[in-house]
Design a protein around this ligand. Structure first.
Ligand SMILES: C[S@@+](CC[C@H](N)C(=O)[O-])C[C@H]1O[C@@H](n2cnc3c(N)ncnc32)[C@H](O)[C@@H]1O
Length: 351
């Protein structure tokens, strides 16, 4: 199998695949993890930190990027996979919808190649000739089966998509604000927070509540009893969105506050997971250092000793500077891109 992953989250996705599915990671590259699982069942659709999962038909990391690749793509597609077996596994996990079966071919290409995406698509379609039942029709919308070819530089992966858009967008309905996080990014932060039973979790700048929604999803998935779930924001509009989003998922306490002055007791929070505003969301980027300093002072007050924080920021230097006066130990950092700019997801432990 392989999973498509938001850039930067590959190691978190690998961890989830190994620990939750008992999978074995065969290789991992930018935005993709190729893995093997003892048994392919609907559990693969429960992964929280990946965008999509596929049954692997064939893969290579040896594309020449020249036009000769096209004939190889056709041959690999025609000869390598047992398409019947792949279709049977697909149908077992995603039952065929009623009516005439339909399929769709999707080709993605990045990097420089001596051929166009449409040429690669044609090579794939030619290789598929005779592999799908003749009665199947091509459909761009709601196709029962999607066959994908993803080419990134000299790497190509071809497979049957098992997931649909609900994997990355979730089935819980969210009111979104422009700065809302992608659910898989929020899920990665929640995974890194290692929340234990009965712990109190806080997102002091919760926006529309994506991180706390993923906290509830995490608890549901692992059958974990949460302690208090707390959120807040400076903006009324954010709380108006977060309230309906979160109350459907579980009991939450939301407060309008300045995250530098929280209405919470000292050492009352076990896990703090937050994505403070990025520099470009502030009226002037110079505000970021004093803001982070104020946040760290207050967050250190409310976090319990041995508590953990997972923070997603645009300015890692400013965050390190702000954590220097508090007794927080840096544990891990991942680089991602959020809203088109580099961002850093970091894990901290309060000593
Ligand atoms: C990047 S957004 C968080 C997005 C959120 N994780 C989501 O997915 O919806 C940052 C949030 O911080 C809030 N904010 C900015 N300054 C604040 C402050 N001093 N105190 C509390 N919240 C603040 C903003 O209103 C915004 O909702």
């Amino acid at each position: 199998m392989y999973a498509m992953v938001f850039a930067g989250l590959e190691t978190v996705a690998e961890d989830e695949i190994v620990k939750d599915l008992g999978g074995e990671v065969k290789r991992s590259g930018p935005e993709v993890v190729v893995f093997r699982v003892p048994e392919i069942d609907a559990a693969v659709l429960q992964l929280r930190t990946v965008e999509d999962v596929f049954l692997l038909a064939w893969g290579t990391d040896k594309l020449s990027r020249r036009a000769t690749d096209l004939e190889r793509i056709r041959q690999w597609t025609a000869r390598e996979p047992d398409w019947n077996r792949l279709l049977n596994i697909h149908h077992a996990i995603r039952p065929k919808p009623k009516g005439k079966p339909t399929f769709r071919i999707v080709t993605q290409m990045s990097g420089e190649h001596g051929y166009r995406r449409t040429d690669a698509r044609k090579a794939l379609a030619n290789g598929l000739a005779g592999k799908l039942p003749a009665s199947w029709r091509h459909a761009e919308e709601n196709a029962a089966v999607e066959i994908w070819l993803t080419i990134n530089g000299s790497v190509a992966l071809c497979g049957l998509r098992l997931s649909d858009r609900t994997m990355r967008h979730r089935t819980y309905k969210m009111e979104h604000l422009p700065a809302s996080l992608r659910p898989t990014v929020a899920a990665a932060m929640v995974r890194l927070a290692e929340i234990k039973p009965e712990q109190t979790v806080l997102d002091p700048m919760c926006g529309a509540g994506t991180i706390l929604a993923e906290v509830f999803e995490w608890a549901r998935h692992y059958n974990l009893r949460l302690g208090k779930v707390l959120g807040g924001d400076l903006e009324k509009a954010a709380l108006r969105a977060a309230g309906p989003n979160l109350r459907r998922l579980g009991p939450v306490s939301l407060t309008r506050w300045d995250a530098r002055s929280l209405a919470l007791a000292d050492e009352s929070v076990d896990r703090l997971v937050c994505n403070p505003p990025f520099g470009k969301q502030l009226s002037s980027p110079e505000e970021i250092r004093p803001l982070y300093r104020g946040l760290m002072r207050e967050w250190n007050r409310v976090l319990k000793p041995r508590g953990q924080a997972v923070l997603l920021v645009s300015d890692a230097g400013a965050l390190r500077e702000a954590t220097a006066p508090v007794d927080w130990k840096f544990a891990r950092q991942l680089r991602v891109r959020v809203l088109g700019q580099p961002a850093f997801m970091s894990v901290w432990r309060k000593d």
